[in-house]
Ligand binder design. Sequence first.
Ligand SMILES: Cc1cc2nc3c(=O)[nH]c(=O)nc-3n(C[C@H](O)[C@H](O)[C@H](O)COP(=O)(O)O)c2cc1C
Length: 182
Amino acid sequence: MAQDKLNIGIILGSTRQGRVSPQVGEWVKGIADKRGDANYEIVDITEYKLPFLGEGTGDEPGLQAWNQKLASLDGFVFIVQEYNHSITGALKNALDSARDVWYNKAAGIVSYGSTGGARAAEHLRGICGELKIADVRTHPTLSLFTDFVNFSEFKPAELHLQNVNTMLEEVVTWSGALKTVR
Ligand SMILES: Cc1cc2nc3c(=O)[nH]c(=O)nc-3n(C[C@H](O)[C@H](O)[C@H](O)COP(=O)(O)O)c2cc1C
């Protein structure tokens, strides 16, 4: 990784078998890597095997690794899917499983669902406020009906490209600014 660049994690919000979030995350990463303005990496919650908050010992290696990973990042792009008009339980648990390593960093949101995942994304914005994460305005919203084939094969419409780039521009700018206050 280039030392002088910001580190931005693209966090996959879903963990279920058969999830489509890896396809969406890789698409965002492909666009991001072409920009060359930051180090972008996929961060997959499933790899950390986080205990449900309060049910573990607090000493689980995955919990520590999760906090270390977040500490190494300057900003985030959340890949958000709508479950019952909100974010997934897995993402909420991952958000709850760290605290000050989220603080004073920026985030963008890419969401999907029947209405572009907009309701889930708005819930996430409220959580970001509490975790001192500055969520940027530009928010690509992907439709399960028009950006996926059979709700499972991701085929994004061309029009989203500009929005993703604008969102990334905002995330990198704000991540750089917030680094100076940490
Ligand atoms: C438990 C559950 C609840 C869902 N609720 C909604 C919903 O409220 N609104 C919506 O637009 N889609 C809803 N969906 C559809 C998901 O957005 C869709 O299955 C999406 O692909 C899930 O993301 P994933 O494949 O990354 O897990 C729901 C799916 C699941 C599994």
